[in-house]
Write a protein that binds this ligand. Structure first.
Ligand code: GLA
Length: 406
């Protein structure tokens, strides 16, 4: 009898230990390639409601975004009531979501999409709605009961909080709630999440907020909104921290929100080269054919979604011309020529004159030993091989992206 009791106690401790260990883990199987989706913030900020968003869900499907690989539909800040209910639960704003959040999540799921939501590690969200501080496990359980598949977790109103601890607590709360959710850390790179968040979430913002600007940043008084190029410049040094299931996030896309065609095209290309999460942020209901042709460019998307999950590196930079290189699976490689100067420039690149090496991933491309075929991912044409120089004029703030195949 005594032996039996001791055995049970040991078993209970072991189970408890196993449970604790597993609670500390994120859902490892998620986001093996960078997550793709749509998020309400860049166009609508807090002006969201059920009819608008249901229309967006419908267009998400009918426009071809879903077929191109976009999967998540994420509500950003502004979906809640200003107060929790008497039990401390978050409540969807009844004016904006008269049928509640579970019904909206069901609608998103009924269209074959996954559902994402937003909150904040602090006491309030950035727009002043109730934050999750002190309610981590309760909020995670509520999201799980609604069928949430993705949580973006922001960093406003967090005075005195340790970032790693706060995000780890929420990650454990998600695990405890039991529903696999992609956990998207959004602390703007302030505490170098690339150094500690690999086991905490699937993606982490690497910079402050993007805005609809290609070159120059924009001062907003207390903070600075970042341009495409200034975000790009912060990625090269942290590329070694990204990979399947753990991505640097250079923020959501501004494609279709007011930049010029070539700028949108360059922005999208560079994000694909960076293996960035692709979260569209435009009004899908008003998307032009041109915008659609960018966001659904399957050649570029396949560069972004490549199974190796390697972020591009800046191989060359001189006089406004940059060459970014992204190793791909099956010994392929993507090469992006960016002209960030203010005038057109002609490049004449002698493949055979250089060996391109990625020291971090230990790959070399030696064009004397191997000849590669070239495919232009915007014109969708096969344009020769690396046996000849690649010569082309690139307009200002534009790109040429090639896929090289042996
Ligand atoms: C922060 C985030 C943005 C957005 C807003 C919402 O600024 O970085 O992406 O979520 O908050 O208030």
């Amino acid at each position: 009898m005594r032996k039996k009791i001791i055995k049970s106690a040991v078993l209970a401790v072991l189970i408890g230990f196993a449970a604790n260990v597993s609670y500390a883990q994120k859902f490892e199987e998620l986001a093996q390639t960078p997550p793709m989706g749509w998020n309400s913030w860049n166009t609508f900020q807090t002006n969201i409601d059920e009819p608008l968003l249901k229309g967006m869900v419908d267009t998400y499907v009918s426009s071809g975004m879903k077929d191109a690989g976009y999967t998540y539909f994420v509500l950003d800040d502004g979906w809640m009531s200003m107060d929790r209910d008497k039990d401390g639960n978050l409540v969807a704003d009844p004016k904006k979501f008269p049928n509640g959040m579970k019904e909206f999540a069901d609608y998103v799921h009924s269209k074959g999409l996954k559902f994402g939501i937003y909150n904040c590690a602090g006491t309030k969200t950035c727009a002043g709605y109730p934050g999750t501080r002190g309610y981590e496990y309760q909020d995670a359980r509520l999201y799980a009961s609604w069928g949430v598949d993705y949580l973006k977790f922001d960093w406003c109103n967090t005075d005195g909080i340790n970032a790693k601890e706060a995000y780890t607590t929420m990650s454990m709360a998600i695990r405890a709630a039991g529903r696999p959710m992609v956990f998207s850390l959004c602390e703007w790179g302030n505490h170098q999440p690339w150094r500690w968040a690999k086991d905490v979430g699937q993606l982490w913002r690497s910079t402050g907020d993007i805005y609809v600007g290609f070159e120059k940043n924009l001062s907003k008084g207390s903070w600075t909104a970042l341009s495409v190029l200034s975000i790009l410049d912060k990625q090269d040094s942290i590329r070694q921290y990204a990979g399947p299931g753990h991505w640097n996030d250079p923020d959501m896309l501004e494609v279709g929100n007011g930049m010029k065609y070539n700028e949108d095209k360059a922005h999208f290309s560079l994000w694909c080269m960076l293996a960035a999460p692709l979260m569209a942020g435009n009004d899908l209901r008003k998307m032009t054919d041109q915008t659609k042709s960018i966001l659904t460019n399957k050649d570029l998307i396949s560069v972004d979604q490549d199974a190796l999950g390697i972020e591009a590196f800046r191989y060359y930079s001189f006089d406004g011309i940059e060459i970014w290189v992204k190793p791909l699976s099956n010994n392929e490689v993507a090469v992006c020529f960016l002209n960030r100067s203010d005038h057109p420039q002609t490049i004449n690149y002698n493949w055979k004159g250089h060996v391109i090496s990625d020291p971090i991933n230990k790959v070399n491309y030696n064009f004397n030993a191997d000849t590669y075929k070239l495919r232009d991912l915007w014109t969708k044409k096969e344009i020769g091989t690396t046996a000849k120089n690649f010569e082309q004029t690139i307009p200002s703030d534009d790109v040429v992206v090639l896929r090289l195949t042996k």
